[in-house]
Design a protein around this ligand. Structure first.
Ligand SMILES: *Cc1c(COP(=O)(O)O)cnc(C)c1O
Length: 817
């Protein structure tokens, strides 16, 4: 590794010439990116090997985080940051004539996730490595990540995200570590020495090939692994099956069908239907990941009784729940263990995080589909269910309602959450409120049966990406003010509380915010041709588009402001730029209508001379991690306005807080804990509380129609959705939106919360006028954001769930052979 700028420049120049055979002057940004990336990747190779060696020698417990999603974003900038060479490389490149930002922009986002759940996995990987824990990721190497969104005539259009097109400098293909995964076939049983032996015959066999990506800890040398699996066919697997002239084409077809398993990420956030390919993906990950873990374990020549002391398998939501029956299968069928022993080991190894209580998002798989695709795994699930139900019967004799609620298999469906709870030793929710709702309502009977299994781990975000990398100026100011301790323990940010009223500190904070806003304004102008005023309030809602997240409430408020301006052009109003970014699931019609509505409103407002100097509306295309890093540091107001009780935690809320935006939000998810930290003054809370929402659902006492008739503003807005007017191009354009509110009784209480939301926004309008008051509140938010750093979250997982300790040796002094 280079130890100073001159060394870096020299090594970089040599590599460039060696690799590309062209002089520096002829290199393109893309070349520079690739050379720099591969150089960094190779440099960490040594520490990667050292880390694995240290973990092996130490023989302590390791964690494997299984997730169908890892929303990593770009890696170059964060890797340079974590290696401690960011500034050196920036300066070196600059002397060679390149800006680091332009080089970073060459990297495609690794968009292997939909939203919060996938991004959480990525933040956790960064914290695990940076705190020195032996914790690795296990995922799928989708050929296509989350679709790329374009807006055409106001509508969302999806394009494939072929993120690997230019290659991936960070990954290492490890064909020698491939494993076989089996689908279909039929189970045969026979007796051998008084034991039933199960064998699956005529199964389809495919290869799972791993690609490893280094996860570099912040300034501590150790490097963990994100292992992502790719599905491949192989002549060796198909030999003999496809002969003759037709056979060749059949073989190609067969190959394609196999490779389709890791072809694309399902672009749906919360409503996966029973799709067989998705089930295949889930099992593929579980089986491949487990096999590779157990192969490593076998090398230690330990008995399997010790598995739970050496390995924890964490499942990110129910998507990888099949690790439970798959581990049972391996222990029983391959390792020759009895049921009880295998069950004891399995259920002490797996831990489960629940991410949602939206009923449409609770995974269920049709029995016939699982039985056909995974016959042996299905038998095991059936047996788990049988034994669990027998236990229930004994414990709650005659309580059939409880049985039907808790059974794993019910009415031809397998309930994955029930399987996950029964087969794991820890079940956690992701924010205090969410965990309470799980315990008291959604999973109440399970909590009664296994009270000790349930615990809360409030989500977090890595301050390295979301503060130090995304907002370097602010991080620099913190260092000047507080020293560097907060970098290693972000709770130290509370030191900023002393400065909330300090006018020179406030001025610095304002200047930095202004710079970030100008940077975003430049992007908006160049990408979307809309000019926005960096002195206006930047009011931002960026997240997946979903009914419960209530982008509709936000846009209706904007429509209302516009109506008011049209009625009274002298209306007093602090200029505001409303910024949206959101992808809708391709099949989610209502969500797509809301995108169209936002774009129609933007079009009208931005072009109306009576409105455009006070309101601007921008819908930013293709919201992604990289875009989030540009948008969030520029936000004044953070919109976290989900229907109370619906957002399990939210992590966007934390990113904004850390970057000094003030939140307008409901008492939902982690907002509740943010509010607990900063109090009423520094956060704008409005709307129904979770209990009230649940009460409404229970009693059916809410009438959206009545609500809309009571409030003249709502009547007007509803009319404007379906009549020709400023926001529509034809009658009934937003019929689906209208009907969701009126005919379907406004499931998410948009109309109910409208008045409170408008009032709270008016308060924000007033308070923003006093820059010192506003900035003082912003600083209080930054000061309390340390609690939401994922380092804190991961320490809690490590202590309470996984029982692992960080590595305390300096890796870099090890000899590697
Ligand atoms: C943080 C993040 C999310 C999650 O945002 P929420 O507001 O918590 O829903 C989604 N997408 C991206 C790209 C993110 O960075």
């Amino acid at each position: 590794m280079f130890s100073n700028k001159e060394e870096f420049k020299e090594q970089f120049r040599l590599r460039l010439i060696g690799r590309l055979g062209i002089p520096l002057a002829e290199a393109r940004a893309d070349d520079v990116y690739k050379i720099l990336g591969s150089m960094i990747r190779e440099y960490v190779g040594k520490n990667w090997a050292r880390t694995n060696q240290a973990y092996k020698e130490r023989g302590e417990k390791q964690v494997y985080y299984f997730s169908l999603e890892f929303l990593m974003g770009r890696l170059l900038g964060n890797n340079l940051l974590n290696l401690g060479v960011l500034n050196m490389v920036r300066e070196g490149l600059s002397e060679l004539g390149w800006g680091l930002e332009a080089i970073e922009a060459q990297e495609s986002d690794a968009g292997l996730g939909n939203g919060g759940l996938g991004r959480l996995a990525a933040c956790f990987m960064d914290s695990l490595a940076s705190l020195g824990y032996a914790g690795h990721g296990c995922g799928i190497r989708y050929k296509y990540g989350l679709f790329e969104q374009r807006i055409v005539d106001g509508n969302q259009v999806e394009l494939p995200d072929y993120w690997l097109q230019k290659g991936n400098v960070w990954e290492v293909r490890r064909p020698e570590k491939k494993v076989e995964v089996f689908f279909w076939g039929r189970v045969e049983s026979r007796e051998e020495n008084g034991r039933l032996i199960f064998e699956t015959k005529d199964a389809e066999k495919i290869w799972a090939v791993p690609y490893d990506i280094p996860l570099i800890g912040y300034r501590r040398g150790n490097v963990n692994t994100l292992r992502i699996w790719s599905a491949e066919s192989g002549l060796d697997l198909a030999a003999g099956h496809f002969s003759g002239g037709e056979g060749y084409y059949k073989y190609l077809e067969y190959s394609r069908s196999i490779e389709s398993i890791s072809e694309f990420l399902y672009p749906d956030d919360s409503n996966e239907e029973g799709k067989r390919l998705r089930l295949k993906q889930q099992y593929f990950l579980c089986s491949a990941g487990l096999q590779s873990i157990l192969r490593t374990y076998d090398k230690q020549q330990l008995s399997y009784d010790h598995l739970p002391d050496k390995i924890a398998i964490h499942i990110n939501d129910t998507h990888p729940t099949l690790v439970i029956p798959e581990l049972m299968r391996i222990l029983i069928d391959v390792k020759g263990m009895g049921w009880d022993e295998a069950w004891d080991i399995t259920s002490r190894t797996v831990a489960y995080t629940n991410h949602t209580i939206l009923s449409e998002a609770l995974e269920k798989w049709p029995v016939p589909m699982v039985r056909e695709l995974l016959p042996r795994v299905y038998m095991i699930i059936e047996e788990i269910n049988k034994r669990f139900c027998a236990m229930l019967l004994e414990r709650y004799p005659g309580d059939e309602r409880r049985m039907s609620e808790m059974a794993i298999i019910y009415g031809d469906q397998i309930r994955m959450a029930n399987l996950a709870i029964v087969g794991s030793y820890s079940v956690n929710g992701v924010a205090a409120l969410h965990t309470e709702i799980l315990k008291q309502r959604e999973m109440r009977p399970f909590h009664e049966l296994f009270p000790d299994r349930f615990n809360n781990k409030t989500n977090g975000i890595t301050h390295r990406r979301w503060l130090m990398h995304a907002n370097p100026e602010l991080a620099e100011l913190y260092k000047e003010t507080l020293g560097e301790a907060w970098v290693h323990d972000p709770r130290g940010l509370t030191g900023l509380l002393q400065y909330t009223g300090n006018s020179s500190f406030q001025q610095r904070v304002q200047d930095i915010k202004q710079n970030n806003k100008r940077r975003l304004a430049g992007y908006i102008l160049s990408r979307q041709g809309i000019s926005v005023d960096p002195l206006s309030i930047f009011d931002v809602q960026v997240k997946r588009l979903h009914g419960y997240k209530r982008q509709l409430l936000n846009i209706m408020h904007i429509m209302h402001l516009y109506n008011e301006l049209k009625e009274n052009s002298a209306r007093d109003m602090t200029p505001r730029t409303f910024i949206f970014g959101a992808k809708a699931a391709p099949g989610y019609y209502l969500a797509k209508q809301i995108i169209k509505l936002i774009n129609n409103v933007a079009d009208t407002v931005n072009h109306d001379p009576q409105a455009r100097d006070r309101i601007k509306v921008v819908f930013l295309e293709n919201y992604s991690v990289s875009l989030a890093e540009l948008i969030i540091p520029a936000a004044d107001v953070s919109e976290q306005i989900s229907t109370a009780g619906k957002e399990a935690s939210g992590t966007g809320n934390m990113k904004f807080m850390m970057n000094g935006a003030l939140t307008i939000g409901t008492m939902d998810g982690a907002n509740v804990e943010m509010h607990e930290m900063v109090g009423d003054r520094d956060m704008f809370i409005f709307g129904l509380r979770a209990e009230q929402v649940l009460e409404y659902y229970r009693t059916g006492g809410y009438s959206a129609r009545r609500k809309s008739e009571e409030d003249e503003r709502l009547r007007r807005l509803l009319g404007q959705m379906i009549q020709t007017g400023p926001f529509t191009s034809h009658e009934w354009e937003f019929e689906a939106v209208y009907r969701s509110l009126i005919d379907h009784n406004d499931e998410y209480f948009v109309l109910e919360d409208f008045a409170a939301y408008v009032d709270t926004q008016a308060q924000i309008d007033q308070i923003y006028r006093d820059p010192s008051d506003w900035t003082g509140r912003a600083i209080a938010n930054m000061a309390h954001a340390g609690k939401f750093a994922s380092d804190c979250t991961i320490r809690q997982y490590a202590d309470d769930i996984w029982q692992i300790r960080p590595l305390d040796e300096d890796i870099s002094s090890r000899k590697v052979y």
